[in-house]
Write a protein that binds this ligand. Structure first.
Ligand code: ATP
Length: 591
C-alpha cells in the first residue's frame, strides 16, 4: 500500500518512506526503478514544487555535488540521537544495531516502545529536507550537540523509517522514465548522464525551455567520459575496425575540467566533480596566456601532470598527489604542473558534446595556444596499423606516460559520452601488456586489528569492488602489504571516524573473511595484485566467473588513496571479470 496525499498538498515524508520500504524489500534493479518511477510520477503530478526536495533526499545530498556541502552525520551521532530521543542507553541502541544491521529499523522499533505525550504533526518532505540543510550548515562550537538536537526533532516527528540515499544511477534512470512517462516529447532525457541535468530539469518540470536548461553550462561540471581497458594492440584494432581513430599519450596525472564562464570567471573541477579551483591557482593564472582572444567561454577536458621544470620532463602521479587539496598559495607551490589538453566540450556558448572528436579537436587547437612547460595539447598520432601503434606506444613509455588512449575520431561513435566508460575510448597500458594487470580501485569496508608492531593501528583491511546492478559492495581480498608506518597511522586516524557497528546490508561478504571492525564505504584505494583467483570466501563477481564462488586478489599491495574517486566509482565486478580473463589469456599465451 502506498501513502497518498491530495493534489498541491506537501508530499508527506511517510510517502517517501513507504517507497524506500518497497525498494528495500527487493534486490532487483528493475523493481527498484519501477517503485521509484511510480513515486516520482506521483510527486510530479500532485506537487511538482516538492520534486527537488524528494530528489535530494533520495540522493542523500543537500545541494548539487559540485557545491560540496555534505550532511556530515555519522553513525555515532545517529546512535546518540536515537538514544536521547527514546530514553535508551547508546550501548543498547548499538546492541540492537548489531542484531538488525539497520539503524532505521532500530530507530523505528525504539519509538514504538516509547510512550508519547503528544502526537507531533506528520513530517513533510519539505520539512525533512530543510532540516537536512540546517544540519549540513552546522559547524563550529558545539556542532555535534546542535546536530543531535535537529536529528531528535526529526526522530520524534517521524512515523516510519528515517532513511535517505540511493545509488545515483538508479535515481537517474527512474527520474528520466517518470519525466518521459508524463511527456514523451522529452524522450531524449532518458539519455541523460548526470543527475544535475535532471535535477535542473525537474526544478522547472512542465515549463517550456526544459531542454534549454539541460544544456552543458560552464560552471556546472559534468562527469567525465572514461575509457575501456584493452590488453593488446590486436584487440584495439579489432575494436576500432571500420573507424577512423587516433592514438594519444596517456598521461599519469589528475583529470581536471577547466571552465571559463561568460563573465570570465574560471573554475576547475576534479574527476569526481569537486571544485578544485583553489588547488591550482597556477592553472587559473595560466589561462590568460593560453586562451586566444576570440575564446570567451569554454569547458576544457585535460590532465594535470607534475612537471620537472629543470629536466623538462613528466613526473609520476605520486608527486602531484603531495600537493595540498585546497587553498594553495602560489608562493608555496613546490610541485609545478603542466596541463595537457585532450578535449573541448564547450566553446563560446555552444556545446560540443554531440560533435565528433575530430571537430572538437580542431576547435581545441583553434581556441588555445601552447606555452612551453605549462600548457600543451596531448601528443597524438592518427595511426593505421600495428607497427605504427607499437612505435608510438614505446615512445609514450619513454616520455614517462602510462601508455596510450585510442579514440574513435569520426562519426556517431566519436561524440563525448559524459560519465560513461565508453568502448569508443580505449586505454592501452603497460601493466596489461606485461601481464601484471591493471591496478584496481577498491573500497575499504573493514579492518583487522593490528598485532606486534601494528598494535595501535589496524593491521590489515578488507576491500571490496562495486556491483552497480545490485548496488552492493562485494568483498575481494584482505590486504596488509604496501603500507608504511606513517600511512598506517593516517589510515587509522581517518577510518576510525567511519567505523560502524555492523556491516551495511549492501555488503556482500562471507563470515570466513569477517573483519574486526566495519567501515562506511567512504574511501577508495588503488591496489595492485600479482594475480586473481577463484575463491570460496570472497564475493567479487560471484556468479559471473563461477556459479557460487567469487574472485579474490593474490598478494595485493596498497598503492595509494584515490581521492578523486567515490565508492560508487570503484572497480566494478564486471571489470574484475575482465581482469581475470586478461590474466588467463596472458598465462595461456606465455606458456
Ligand atoms: P586509470 O587508473 O587507468 O587512470 P581510471 O579509472 O582513473 O583509470 P580511465 O578512464 O580508466 O580512468 O583512464 C582514463 C584516465 O586517463 C582519464 O580519466 C584521464 O585522467 C587520464 N588520461 C591521461 N591522458 C589522457 C588522454 N589523452 N585522454 C583521456 N584521458 C587521459
Amino acid at each position: 500500500m502506498s501513502v497518498d496525499w491530495k493534489d498541491n498538498e506537501p508530499v508527506p515524508y511517510a510517502a517517501l518512506c513507504k517507497t524506500f520500504e518497497k525498494i528495500e524489500s527487493t534486490t532487483k534493479r528493475l523493481d527498484i526503478q519501477k517503485h521509484l518511477t511510480s513515486f516520482f510520477g506521483r510527486v510530479i503530478e500532485k506537487n511538482p514544487e516538492d520534486f527537488l526536495n524528494v530528489l535530494y533526499l533520495c540522493l542523500n545530498r543537500v545541494c548539487p555535488e559540485y557545491e560540496g556541502h555534505e550532511l556530515g552525520v555519522g553513525e555515532s551521532l545517529l546512535i546518540k540521537s536515537i538514544a536521547e530521543t527514546t530514553g535508551r542507553k547508546p550501548a543498547k541502541v548499538k546492541e540492537e544495531l548489531s542484531k538488525w544491521g539497520d539503524l532505521g529499523k532500530v530507530a523505528k522499533d525504539s519509538k514504538t516502545t516509547q510512550p508519547t505525550l503528544f502526537v507531533p504533526k506528520p513530517l513533510t518532505v519539505q520539512v525533512v529536507f530543510n532540516k537536512m540543510k540546517i544540519i549540513a550548515g552546522i559547524s563550529g562550537h558545539e556542532s555535534q550537540e546542535r546536530k543531535v538536537r535537529e536529528i531528535k526533532f526529526l526522530l520524534t516527528a517521524c512515523r516510519g523509517k528515517l532513511r535517505i540515499g540511493l545509488a545515483e544511477q538508479t535515481i537517474l534512470i527512474s527520474l528520466a522514465q517518470s519525466i518521459v512517462m508524463k511527456d514523451p516529447a522529452y524522450q531524449e532525457l532518458s539519455q541523460a548522464k548526470r543527475t544535475e541535468e535532471l535535477t535542473e530539469a525537474s526544478d522547472i518540470y512542465g515549463v517550456k525551455g526544459l531542454e534549454e536548461r539541460c544544456k552543458l553550462t560552464p560552471g556546472i561540471p559534468i562527469k567525465p567520459m572514461l575509457a575501456h581497458p584493452t590488453k593488446s594492440i590486436t584487440e584495439v584494432l579489432d575494436r576500432v575496425e571500420g573507424h577512423k581513430f587516433t592514438c594519444e599519450f596517456k598521461y599519469d596525472g589528475e583529470r581536471e575540467q577547466v571552465h571559463m564562464l561568460e563573465d570570465g570567471t574560471l573554475k576547475i573541477y576534479s574527476r569526481n566533480l569537486e571544485d578544485s579551483s583553489t588547488k591550482f591557482p597556477d592553472i587559473i593564472k595560466l589561462m590568460s596566456q593560453i586562451v586566444k582572444p576570440d575564446t570567451k567561454s569554454f569547458v576544457l577536458d585535460c590532465e594535470v601532470v607534475a612537471w620537472d621544470l629543470e629536466k623538462e620532463c613528466l613526473l609520476p602521479f605520486q608527486i602531484l598527489s603531495t600537493r595540498k587539496r585546497k587553498d594553495v598559495k602560489e608562493k608555496d607551490i613546490k610541485v609545478t604542473v603542466c596541463l595537457f589538453a585532450f578535449d573541448l566540450l564547450y566553446l563560446n556558448g555552444e556545446s560540443f558534446l554531440k560533435k565528433p572528436l575530430e571537430e572538437r579537436r580542431q576547435h581545441l587547437f583553434n581556441a588555445f595556444q601552447e606555452v612551453d612547460n605549462k600548457f600543451s595539447f596531448v601528443r597524438h598520432m592518427n595511426a593505421t596499423n600495428t607497427e605504427e601503434i607499437q612505435t608510438f606506444l614505446d615512445e609514450s613509455f619513454k616520455y614517462n606516460c602510462e601508455g596510450l588512449m585510442i579514440k574513435v575520431l569520426d562519426g556517431q561513435e566519436s561524440t563525448y559520452e559524459p560519465s560513461k566508460r565508453s568502448r569508443n575510448w580505449l586505454k592501452l597500458k603497460k601493466d596489461y601488456l606485461s601481464g601484471v594487470g591493471d591496478s584496481l580501485d577498491l573500497v575499504v569496508i573493514g579492518a583487522y586489528l593490528g598485532r606486534g608492531k601494528r598494535t595501535n593501528v589496524y593491521g590489515a583491511f578488507l576491500l571490496a569492488c562495486y556491483n552497480p546492478e545490485e548496488e552492493k559492495y562485494q568483498t575481494i581480498c584482505r590486504i596488509g602489504t604496501g603500507f608504511s608506518d606513517v600511512s598506517l597511522g593516517n589510515h587509522f586516524k581517518f577510518l576510525k571516524e567511519h567505523e560502524i557497528s555492523a556491516p551495511r546490508n549492501y555488503y556482500d561478504y562471507d563470515k570466513g573473511a569477517n573483519p574486526d571492525v566495519w567501515f562506511e564505504p567512504v574511501q577508495v584505494w588503488e591496489v595492485k595484485a600479482a594475480d586473481l583467483s577463484i575463491s570460496p570466501i570472497y564475493k567479487a563477481a560471484v556468479g559471473m566467473v563461477d556459479h557460487n564462488k567469487g574472485v579474490s586478489l593474490r598478494f595485493p599491495r596498497f598503492i595509494q588513496v584515490r581521492e578523486d574517486k567515490k565508492a560508487e566509482d570503484a572497480t566494478t565486478c564486471e571489470q574484475v571479470k575482465y581482469q581475470i580473463y586478461c590474466f588467463d589469456c596472458y598465462l595461456r599465451l606465455s606458456r
